[in-house]
Design a protein around this ligand. Sequence first.
Ligand SMILES: Cc1cc2nc3c(=O)[nH]c(=O)nc-3n(C[C@H](O)[C@H](O)[C@H](O)COP(=O)(O)OP(=O)(O)OC[C@H]3O[C@@H](n4cnc5c(N)ncnc54)[C@H](O)[C@@H]3O)c2cc1C
Length: 286
Amino acid sequence: MYAARKNLSTIVVAMDIGGQVGLTREVANYPGFDSVTGPDLAGRYHEQAAKYDITELIGERVTGLSIDGRCKVVELESGRSVRASTVIMATGVQKRRLNVPGEGRLSGRGVVYCSTCDGPLFKGLTIAVVGAGNSGLEAAIEMDGVAARVYLVSIGDWIGDAILQDKVSAAKRVESLRFHEVVEIHGDDKVSAVTLRDVRSGETKTIDVDGVFIEVGLYPNSEFALDLLETNVVGEIEVDKNGATGVRGVFAAGDVTDNHDKQIVVAAGEGARAALAAFGYLVKQQ
Ligand SMILES: Cc1cc2nc3c(=O)[nH]c(=O)nc-3n(C[C@H](O)[C@H](O)[C@H](O)COP(=O)(O)OP(=O)(O)OC[C@H]3O[C@@H](n4cnc5c(N)ncnc54)[C@H](O)[C@@H]3O)c2cc1C
């Protein structure tokens, strides 16, 4: 929308409309809405953008990004390619999954991949947070003030920052279950329990929970650009404050970048800023 409003000839290439927003049951922290479903919000974005002259290539997977002189070439799985003066990569992330029985079926029904987003829905309930890196520890701290009881499940020792570990140790409602792995998540139409296995003794136990918060890492969708763009150790694209990458005319925005906060309002703002920066870049080229 920001690119089209600058009269730039704009093409959107995406595998789907909505991305992670389309998978979110309830969004309660997007300005202007008390509460909105993810698909509703994504639909509104699309409806608004469709009022502009934008070419949509939806259902197309990008497999390559290269430079040909001043032109950027976006290669698609279908064999087509798009040539453009500038590119904004906003391909987001995938949450790493546990791949255990019950996880997929109960996703959005007590299985949660975004603690900041969905945590308040578990006020006064019992949850398990899986993962004890920084995200898992932060989720446990955050939920200590919200849930009635928090089991912090980790396959090994805690690996997050010491300051977070101290806070979790001091948290009243958090019970640590180190050296445990999740074997199965149970529930009919929502989560009711989780089965854990003690990786040292091999013993299993099932505990009643209302939610399972999975915080075992993220994969940025940056594979096809790894040869071209600078990324950090986890594959997030490094950008400056305007969303510019190290390659002139290539910008990035949202969760795929090395910006810390993975939230809808942040991604939307970064997308707008990258489009304005792309416009500024093109003006300077003339
Ligand atoms: C379950 C869940 C709940 C959440 N709840 C909230 C919430 O309540 N509030 C909040 O602020 N944030 C929430 N988040 C985080 C929020 O959804 C993200 O921060 C936001 O969607 C990031 O937007 P994005 O455009 O950067 O990436 P994404 O939403 O990931 O979109 C990326 C898009 O790029 C496409 N794509 C990726 N790779 C390719 C490729 N190779 N070729 C073509 N297309 C490609 C994808 O199909 C997708 O359409 C939640 C996330 C999850 C998973």
